[in-house]
Design a protein around this ligand. Structure first.
Ligand SMILES: Nc1ncnc2c1ncn2[C@@H]1O[C@H](COP(=O)(O)OP(=O)(O)OP(=O)(O)O)[C@@H](O)[C@H]1O
Length: 245
């Protein structure tokens, strides 16, 4: 198999006496759609923070393009093709929707792209279905549209690896399905690797091809949805009997 886009080796994040992420090994390859699940407080967001430069790991390595980026900031990760969204969308409410995407275009400092769908802010808005809202202030669009906009801002940095943190939280069933279809297209049409944290496990497992399970900071499983839902430790820690049945 080709070299992974990003490889986490024994990544550990401690906050005082609490080990939020405990020696997690993981690798993500080009074009993969991977889910991350686990109970509240399992360390999912902290792991994302570590692999996007938001939270320097206490120990461990983060290999991108053969370099260890552990301890570097988000700009470095963005410049090397890692983009992420946050649990609470971080859009600039006073700026127009299109200007928010423009901000993303400038953030990673990448002037060119080989991907026509990411050529400029208007094209990115068309991809995520927000062209009609282009000139509205970001604060005026719906919560679901703000989540899409945050994905647009992340796409504007021209990533190779896109990290999505609960982008379907609080959406209606129809919106969740639309979001899942968009995520599938980002992977399918743009060839991005997408790693997706979501509490809506049943939806997630229907769409991803591999899933990592975190529990108390440790990775307790890493496999296909079918493998993970049969895993005794996962069932005990998280899924319960109904998903296993
Ligand atoms: N900045 C911080 N300072 C101290 N403790 C933190 C910090 N960030 C996270 N934690 C703790 O680390 C642990 C893991 O939190 P994290 O948010 O990564 O879990 P999660 O799996 O994303 O949870 P959720 O599904 O509820 O979002 C929790 O016990 C949390 O309270």
């Amino acid at each position: 198999m080709a070299e992974p886009l990003l490889q986490a080796r024994a990544v550990t994040v401690r906050f005082g006496g609490l080990t939020a992420v405990d020696a997690v090994d993981a690798q993500f390859h080009a074009g993969e759609l991977v889910g991350i699940i686990g109970p509240n407080g399992a360390g999912k967001t902290t792991f994302f923070n570590a692999i996007s430069g938001v939270q320097p790991p206490t120990s461990g390595a983060l290999l991108l393009g053969g370099r260890d980026l552990a301890g570097q900031g988000p700009h470095r990760f963005a410049a090397l093709g890692v983009a992420r969204t946050f649990q609470t969308p971080r859009v600039f409410g006073g700026l127009r929707v299109v200007d928010n995407v423009d901000f993303g275009l400038q953030f990673a400092g990448r002037g060119r792209t080989a991907v026509p769908a990411l050529a400029d802010a208007q094209t990115i808005l068309a991809l995520i279905g927000l062209s009609p809202q282009a000139d509205l202030p970001a604060s005026a669009v719906t919560p679901a549209q703000q989540r899409l906009l945050e994905i647009g801002m992340a796409l504007a940095t021209r990533p190779r690896l896109l990290l999505l943190d609960e982008v379907a939280a609080g959406l209606t069933e129809a919106e969740v399905e639309a979001m899942a279809r968009l995520i599938g297209r980002l992977r399918g049409e743009l060839g991005l690797a997408v790693v997706w944290i979501e509490h809506a496990v049943t939806t997630l497992l229907r769409h991803v091809e591999r899933v990592l399970v975190l529990h108390q900071g440790r990775k307790i499983a890493d496999g296909t949805p079918a493998e993970v839902t049969r895993n005794a430790e996962v069932i005990e820690a998280y899924l319960g009997d109904e998903v296993a049945a």
